[in-house]
Design a protein around this ligand. Structure first.
Ligand SMILES: *[C@@H]1O[C@H](CO)[C@@H](O)[C@H](O)[C@H]1NC(C)=O
Length: 406
């Protein structure tokens, strides 16, 4: 009996150590809190894998639990009026300053696109709801949070197209007038996959000959920007980092395009490129686009691209609406000024750093804030019990940039 007890204790100890221990670098503040938070995410991910294996519910279906746990019903309060509306068939949540009678003054607007790898998340989550309210109060802005449809149920380009339709609807003069929005002071913004959608929206609007109202700014928070090279130094350095390990990011990418698991496997080994994408590798060539300090011990080797792609998946991957970093210089030159936030401990660090570099080389006014102790998703960890000081600092700096630039 006694040895059984010891065995169980050892087993529990090993399991706890396995779950709780993750290689969290010393630079990161509040490491224990992050370990525990990550432990929850990893346990859920294991459960989701198991569920899919047993044929109960697919992986993303289980991961959606995160969205439900943090779900809120956005309601008006004494400072912010909240309404749920439909913009050209797309659900949006609109947050406005509550000024009775109105003072006739035109306001700024921020169109916000939530993160979650195109597969998870919602405008109606505590952290996004809180962020929208803070932007309304601190910027006297109207915030439009777009509830786009998600993969894997709706693959690319549906999430992008939902967002684009919603944005185009909002950017009409008569609609802006209804919300007392100044057509010269509108930004698009988003975090992670939302940053991907925001960058793509900014590019597409510039390409649209019928578009009359232009964006003044784009603010990209640790954005995902390309799927051609999933082995950049930041992917290598941070493949096991909390919140967004490489396997999860690759899973999001592959599910965005297809439910065929072979793309996931090919992307994991960075062997998903084909002849069709070879000519675009120059736009993600980190040996040229990353400052030396980000190279670390990693040596550049271009992703292999030999055969052609009979399934045409690569055509979607290299679409600039999915991988905005692959846009040619001529598409970057007319873009509005940009704020790009990157984190050192994030597989997506180099996506953001390379985009900031390419935008700057094309004459776009760029503010690049790099957090050397930052981890992916930090800006949304601002609610108890998973609130992090660095998340609050990021949010303050981000809102300050909008205040000064929008
Ligand atoms: C990347 O840049 C290096 C250095 O300029 C160059 O030698 C290499 O051919 C480039 N690779 C690709 C795929 O563009």
């Amino acid at each position: 009996m006694r040895s059984n007890g010891i065995f169980i204790l050892l087993l529990l100890g090993a399991l706890t150590a396995y779950y709780v221990y993750s290689p969290i670098p010393d630079e990161i503040e509040e490491r224990w809190k992050l370990m525990v938070t990550d432990c929850f995410f990893r346990s859920l991910s294991h459960l989701a894998d198991l569920s899919e294996l047993l044929g109960l519910k697919d992986y993303m279906g289980v991961m959606m639990f995160i969205t439900f746990v943090e779900g809120v019903v956005p309601v008006s309060d004494e400072r912010v009026r909240v309404t749920e509306e439909v913009f050209d068939g797309v659900e949006v949540v609109v947050y406005e300053p509550d000024q009775q009678g109105g003072d006739g003054e035109l306001r700024r607007a921020v169109v916000y696109l939530h993160g979650g790898g195109w597969c998870l998340g919602s405008s109606r989550m505590g952290p996004y709801d809180l962020l929208a309210r803070q932007m309304v109060s601190e910027l006297n802005a109207v915030v439009v949070s777009v509830e786009y449809r998600l993969a894997p149920e709706h693959h690319f380009p549906v999430p992008f197209e939902d967002v684009y339709r919603g944005v185009k609807h909002f950017l009409q003069r008569h609609v802006l007038a209804r919300y007392s929005v100044d057509p010269g002071r509108i930004a698009v913004s988003g975090d992670s996959a939302g940053g991907n959608l925001a960058a793509a929206v900014a590019q597409q609007l510039e390409q649209d000959p019928d578009q009359q109202v232009a964006l003044k700014a784009q603010a990209l928070l640790y954005p995902v920007l390309q799927a051609l090279d999933l082995n950049t130094p930041s992917y290598q350095q941070n493949q096991d980092m909390p919140i967004l390990p490489k396997t999860l990011m690759v899973r999001f990418w592959s599910e965005y395009f297809t439910s065929d698991k072979s793309l996931f496997r090919a992307m994991m080994s960075n062997s998903h490129n084909s002849l069709e994408s070879a000519s675009l590798l120059k736009f993600v060539n980190w040996s040229v686009l990353l400052p030396e300090s980000f190279h670390r011990p990693y040596k550049y080797s271009a992703p292999a691209a030999e055969s052609s792609d009979p399934s045409h998946t690569i055509a979607a991957i290299i679409d600039t609406r999915a991988s905005p970093l692959l846009a040619p210089d001529s598409m970057l030159r007319p873009l509005p000024k940009a704020y790009v936030l990157t984190c050192e401990y994030d597989v997506l660090r180099d996506d953001g750093v390379m985009y900031a570099m390419r935008l700057r080389r094309n004459g776009v006014d760029v503010t690049h804030e790099h957090y050397s102790a930052g981890f992916h998703g930090a800006l949304m960890f601002t609610l108890w019990p998973t609130d992090f000081k660095i998340g609050h600092r990021m949010k303050d700096n981000y809102i300050r940039w909008l205040k000064q630039n929008l």
